[in-house]
Design a protein around this ligand. Structure first.
Ligand code: PCA
Length: 223
């Protein structure tokens, strides 16, 4: 079933492969969800370049076109074993590796003059609760890093906080584990099957779309 122009939409972004890899689960998951209707809202998937600056331009294009009520940006966190909704976006780029255009900013603001940080406006605790209940490993993450994922996350939250046409929209960032085919090339690295990641994202989107007030459950880390 396809939705009408005026129906609410969910924007799900994923990244192209980076760091000389050939696949990125974030885009594989996003594109598997393209066109899926979640609680009456149609999912639109958009692929972002893994390049500082250009990723934000692509995000802006997608926001203008989709006019979404909910935005969930996805990225790969190669060492993680769980689906991890990010709590906080910080206003700094500090690249340990070059992006796909060879850019490597160090200690530069994502948006000059913007606040130091923004919290996700997704119900991250309820998301973790519902993913675990559905049998999908999940934990809150308290750092999205300082590479292109945090860059896009921060730009997204700054737009949600400052643009009146996005005032009622909610959004955030979710890191995903490697796919098994990636882990097979990187012995010892944890992975999660694409089908599990896609099913997890369906659960996550349902929760994000319907839960307005997050639950109060512990989700911290000692370090
Ligand atoms: N992960 C990287 C950038 C693109 C991606 O999928 C990150 O965590 O910053």
């Amino acid at each position: 079933m396809s939705s009408r122009e005026s129906d609410p939409r969910i924007l799900v972004t994923g990244f192209e492969p980076f760091d000389r890899d050939t696949v990125n689960p974030s885009w594989e998951v996003a594109r598997a969800l393209d066109g899926w209707v979640c609680e009456g809202a149609e999912v639109k998937a958009v692929r972002l370049p893994c390049v500082f600056g250009r990723a934000i331009e692509a995000l802006d294009g997608a926001l203008a076109e989709a006019r979404p009520a909910l935005i969930v940006a996805l990225g790969l966190a190669g060492a993680r074993a769980e689906i991890s909704p990010e709590r906080v976006a910080i206003n700094v780029d500090d690249a340990r590796i070059p992006d796909n255009a060879g850019r490597r900013p160090v200690d530069a603001p994502v948006v000059a003059g913007a606040p130091t940080a923004y919290f996700s406006t997704l119900p991250i605790k309820a998301i973790v609760r519902d993913l675990r209940a559905a049998g999908v490993p999940a934990s809150v993450s308290n750092s999205a890093g300082t590479f292109v994922c945090n860059h896009v996350f921060f730009a997204l939250m700054h737009r949600l906080a400052t643009r009146h046409e996005l005032a009622s929209a909610r959004g955030g960032f979710v890191h995903l584990p490697c796919l098994p085919e990636q882990a097979a090339r990187l012995p010892g690295v944890p992975s999660m099957a694409l089908a599990t990641q896609v099913e997890g994202l369906r659960t996550l989107l349902r929760t994000a779309y319907t839960v307005r007030h997050d639950v109060r459950e512990e989700g911290g880390q000692l370090h």
